[in-house]
Design a protein. Structure first.
Length: 423
């Protein structure tokens, strides 16, 4: 017993020492895709990055390194590419069960209604999530989280929305918060009580919003579980008016908003989101130019989710040209969820955004770093610059376009989370 305690105490000391040592170092002989605004990818060849106390203290040409950083422990990057660590800004990664049976049924020709009658669809995930304990939900989520971390993700957004009752929505958010205690990753939570109408409120969406969704938002906020408020604005989910009601409560509590908008039809969700200065509007396949302009004026990021488009075999791509024309920043994310996007590779998502939507490799990498950070309201990560967090990914490639080009290949060598090595 005492031996066990001594061992873990020693482990703790060693780990703390390793972490403090790793928190200040110089990585050199690298190509740094800083994602700053100079040139393609903000690329600096033959670069060096100095990290001090988990933050970036200097970045530039190795030949121009100021002498004060010479004493730092040197790590030879051996010509590898270094980018900001990746940011996955839209996931539903905490949920119970899976929907593989529904996937098979659909391939055999079952319609959405038949799937729902057989107990499938979003309702089946709600049942499985309500039936799971917090420790089960955590255990089921961690392998999915680990798959993302193995590709150099250091910041992850996680939504609630499969509880749709007071207790389970809070549980989902607690599990999301727990993930950042057991893994080297920063988690931002979004309350998505307005995701679907649960079976017990069928045909009574207004009652669900008033009796469950809004009171649970207040309770979750009181427990400090909510970084942003999200909703699903769609014919099969909630109307613009219902989402507005939820957003008004969010605004009164001082919480930022974001929205699943224009995924399957154009209801004006993105315009509503923009009127609340939303951090992001997400999906956006059916968005029109008026909505794009509203997003631009509000500084709302467009989050592009090719995994759901691919899985649902959608035909209408989001208006990428209009986002370019109006200079709306585009983020790219997995939308990891059990139904429409059972996807846990952000690199594959970048490839999908290029192949399905014709986004450039540079747009895809900005979408999974700089603009994904903006979609979460973060300005301390997503680019390599002095004063930002030392969340860095080191890749076994020489040029950043290779990250988007490959399909199903993970060239990560290692990454750093606030200057701490993640092997
Ligand atoms: N949009 C989607 O595609 C998913 N949620 C959302 O808001 C669907 C989620 C599911 O089917 O479980
Ligand atoms: Fe989603």
């Amino acid at each position: 017993m005492s031996r066990h305690i001594n061992t873990s105490a020693l482990d703790f000391v060693l780990q703390a020492k390793a972490e403090s040592q790793m928190a200040s170092f110089l990585i050199h002989t690298i190509n740094a895709a800083t994602m700053q605004d100079h040139g393609p990818y903000g690329l600096i060849q033959n670069a060096a990055i100095a990290v001090e106390n988990g933050m970036i203290a200097w970045v530039g040409l190795k030949a121009e390194l100021p002498s004060q950083f010479e004493a730092f422990e040197h790590m030879d990057g051996q010509g590898r590419l270094v980018t900001p660590a990746l940011v996955d800004c839209h996931t539903h990664i905490v949920f119970g069960g899976n929907r593989a049976k529904e996937f098979e049924m659909r391939l055999q020709g079952a319609s959405y209604e038949e799937v729902a009658r057989a107990g499938g669809g979003i309702v089946s995930t709600v049942m499985a999530t309500r039936g799971a304990s917090e420790s089960q939900l955590l255990a089921e989520a961690l392998p999915r989280v680990d798959a993302l971390l193995k590709e150099g993700v250091a910041t992850l957004e996680i939504k609630s929305g499969y509880g749709l009752d007071h207790i389970t929505e809070l549980s989902m958010l607690r599990v999301a918060r727990k993930i950042e205690q057991v893994r080297k990753v920063r988690v931002k939570t979004s309350y998505l009580g307005a995701h679907a109408i649960p079976a017990e409120y069928k045909g009574k969406s207004a009652a669900y919003i008033n009796d469950v969704c809004i009171p649970t938002l207040r309770a979750a906020h009181a427990e400090a579980l909510v970084d942003a408020v999200d909703g699903f604005c769609e014919g099969i989910a909630f109307s613009v008016q219902e989402i507005r009601q939820v957003f008004e409560v969010a605004a009164s509590l001082g919480i930022a908003v974001k929205l699943h908008a224009e995924q399957l039809s154009n209801l004006g969700g993105a315009k509503l989101a923009a009127s609340f200065k939303a951090l992001s509007a997400d999906h956006l396949e059916y968005l029109d130019e008026e909505g794009v302009v509203a997003m631009k004026q509000a500084g709302t990021v467009a989050v592009i989710l090719p995994g759901a488009f691919y899985t649902l075999r959608e035909k209408q791509a989001p208006p990428i040209e209009l986002f370019r024309k109006h200079n709306v920043p585009m983020a790219v994310s997995t939308d990891c969820n059990p139904g429409s996007s059972p996807l846990t590779s952000l690199l594959l998502t970048m490839n999908m955004a290029a192949t399905l939507f014709r986004m450039t490799p540079e747009e895809c990498l900005r979408g999974a770093t700089q603009h994904a950070a903006a979609a979460l309201g973060l300005d301390d990560c997503g680019i390599i610059a002095v004063g930002k967090r030392a969340d860095l990914a080191v890749w076994n490639v020489t040029h950043p376009n290779e990250l988007t080009y490959r399909i199903g290949f993970n060239p990560l060598h290692h990454h750093y989370f606030k200057g701490q090595l993640c092997a």
